[in-house]
Ligand binder design. Structure first.
Ligand SMILES: *Cc1c(COP(=O)(O)O)cnc(C)c1O
Length: 369
């Protein structure tokens, strides 16, 4: 890789492949693998990641919204795509692009069934989502008869899978709760299978679920964050490789005298002589204001430097006093050996948020294609 020259998110496809193979070691050979590529594949470029995952043989993809699924289809992704959170306004397009909706409520089931019948579909694949304790989206156990009746009286739809989502799969102090969700899901899915008279495949595990409850892998698992190199646990993160590295360069260096201030609202004031560097990325690039005022740290030539003062829209200033560096030098915000999880923790958030926050204006460069 040549010098980056400007703020760049490097996307390492060899790391993606490594993470996929690592996650597969936790699974039985016949267990299907769904790659979660919503939110631009957690900020990494949805099309690039999906093409690589398709080449690696992933069985399924999932995105949150129909428009994300359409982008994948337009890019030539042919594998099945589960839409986790569709809305009725998009159901016509859902069918036109062969996208498979999660049906999570009576209202959504009714409205998708209506569109599928109007479009003369037979056995259109849908996925029935149950709420087993997250209380976010999903049918309840009491809806089983309703679902089975609806589906028995139509040829338009066929249940491809039954699924649910764990509320605290990364938190081992909630093990009893997770196990209760898994047992409840097993029970619900068996009942629905019986009523339908056929066997859709089942799935409940996300990345932390795969790592902590591999015995509940059923016929498929869904992984997002693990593919991108994070596992909500240091033990697993040692075995995973970050796909994304966010790098920038120093635009300008300033020598700051005592009692001067740096940045908007004079949020940083110097007690003594400081050397500061200005970097070309700010809250419009995804580095929120909560990283300012010495919470977030970046790496320059192997040394850690705090972000000082307020984060601007297009810039941050860092304190490089005592660090051997000059204008044009490369700066690492997060990546291998500087975990996005730790960077996020400095601002009281999680890797998921900082990864998905990196805005489209940041240049993406794919490595190890
Ligand atoms: C986002 C999402 C996932 C992926 O979770 P990770 O923790 O990133 O593996 C899986 N299932 C559902 C329903 C999701 O919304």
């Amino acid at each position: 890789m040549d010098k980056i020259g400007e703020t760049t998110l490097l996307i390492d496809l060899a790391a993606l492949e490594h993470n996929y193979r690592f996650l597969k070691t936790k699974l039985a050979a016949q267990t299907k693998f769904l790659a979660v590529v919503k939110a631009f594949a957690y900020g990494n470029d949805m099309v690039v990641i999906a093409k690589k995952m398709q080449a690696l043989g992933t069985d399924y993809f999932a995105v949150a919204y129909v428009k994300e699924g359409i982008l994948l289809r337009e890019a030539g992704i042919t594998a099945p795509i589960l839409i986790l959170h569709p809305q009725p306004v998009n159901f016509s397009e859902t069918i036109e692009h062969c996208l498979e909706p999660s049906l999570y409520s009576p209202k959504i089931l009714h409205s998708f069934l209506k569109v599928a019948e109007e479009k003369n579909q037979t056995d259109y694949p849908v996925h029935i989502k149950f709420n087993t304790g997250l209380n976010r989206l999903g049918f309840l156990k009491n809806d089983i008869d309703f679902i089975a009746d609806k589906l028995k009286n139509t040829k338009a739809l066929k249940v491809a899978s039954i699924f649910s989502h764990l509320a605290a799969s990364e938190d081992l102090s909630e093990k009893a709760f997770s196990q209760k969700q898994i047992a409840g899901f097993n029970n619900i899915s068996n009942k629905l299978k019986q009523k339908l008279g056929y066997s859709p495949f089942r799935h409940i595990l996300n990345t932390s679920g795969i790592l902590n409850y591999p015995e509940a892998q059923f016929e498929m698992v869904r992984s997002g964050i693990g593919l991108y190199g994070y596992g909500n646990d240091k033990i697993f993160e040692e075995q995973l490789k970050p796909v994304a590295s966010l790098k920038t360069i120093i635009s300008q260096i300033h020598e700051i005298a005592p009692n001067e201030s740096v940045g908007y609202n004079r949020a940083f004031t110097s007690k003594n002589y400081r050397r500061t560097a200005t970097l070309p990325l700010g809250h419009a690039d995804g580095i929120g204001r909560q990283y300012g005022n010495k919470r977030g740290h970046v790496n320059i030539n192997g040394k850690s430097a705090p972000i000082i003062g307020n984060v601007c829209m297009d810039m941050i200033m860092i304190d490089v006093t005592g660090i051997d560096c000059e204008e044009g030098d490369e700066v690492l915000i997060f990546g291998p050996n500087k975990s996005a999880e730790d960077f996020a923790a400095s601002a009281n958030t999680i890797s998921y948020e900082i990864l998905t926050a990196i805005s489209p204006r940041v240049k993406r460069v794919v490595t190890n294609l």
